[in-house]
Ligand binder design. Structure first.
Ligand code: ZN
Length: 238
């Protein structure tokens, strides 16, 4: 069974479409939160994920848009974008976002946005915090997002934080905490969209990057009147 793993799409439809096309056929699609916030096309992203029958956990931006939750923690332009998305989405779309679980177990993997200690807000950027989440997991592995940086931490200490290699299969054994990086707002200095594919039979994960028409997303962000910083930073992946 092959599973596409994506996170932090942030309403960037062009990037999501490119990633799904490059990923090719998969048996399941897992989304580690932050489907909305920042970007120009929240409704279209939610529709495409529904069409692909994606398994989704809540991110802090999903909660902020759906329920106004924790908006005080957002920097000013992020809060402006979240409130705009709140207005653009239909009640049914907001209800769908509000109902997303904070964590979810599937196929011996726990999905969350931040960590298992703090599913909405903790940034897992080092082996210690990854190990703390794995200690709380009832599954062998965890997939998360939130940092917008692809990373892999394994329980045997072989960590690849922020510098995973692409198109290379990594063994998940014995236990792994992985982050596929961000589809729609990468923050590791690489503007390409990030995703990962897990092969459950082989127990491996492979990270990938896809160039996409980011100028089109930038144009849409400006056209919709979102804070221009979210367009500008796409060019740098920061
Ligand atoms: Zn995010």
């Amino acid at each position: 069974m092959k599973v596409g793993v994506v996170s932090d799409i942030h309403a960037n439809l062009v990037a999501l479409e490119t990633v799904l096309a490059e990923m090719g056929p998969v048996d399941a699609l897992w989304v580690c939160g932050d489907t909305v916030g920042y970007g120009p096309d929240p409704s279209d992203v939610l529709a495409l994920l529904a069409e692909r029958k994606a398994t989704i956990v809540a991110g802090n931006h999903d909660r902020a848009v759906a329920r106004g939750e924790d908006l005080d923690f957002f920097n000013p332009p992020a809060a402006v974008a979240a409130k705009m998305h709140q207005r653009w989405l239909s009640p049914a779309e907001r209800d769908m976002l509000a109902a997303l679980p904070r964590t979810l177990e599937t196929n011996n993997v726990t999905l969350c946005h931040g960590s298992l200690r703090d599913p909405l807000w903790e940034y897992v950027t080092n082996p210690r915090s990854a190990a703390a989440s794995l200690a709380l997991a009832r599954t062998s592995h965890c997939c998360a997002g939130h940092t917008h940086v692809p990373s892999l931490f394994r329980a045997d200490g072989r960590a690849e934080p922020g510098r995973v290699r692409y198109d290379v299969a990594y063994a998940l054994a014995p236990r792994a905490f992985l982050n596929p990086g961000s589809v729609g707002q990468p923050r590791d200095g690489d503007p390409r969209a990030a995703y990962a594919v897990i092969d459950l039979a082989m127990s491996t994960v492979t990270f990938h990057r896809s160039p996409y028409r980011l100028e089109e997303t930038q144009r849409r962000i400006r056209e919709r009147g979102l804070p221009s910083i979210f367009a500008d930073r796409l060019a740098f992946g920061l």
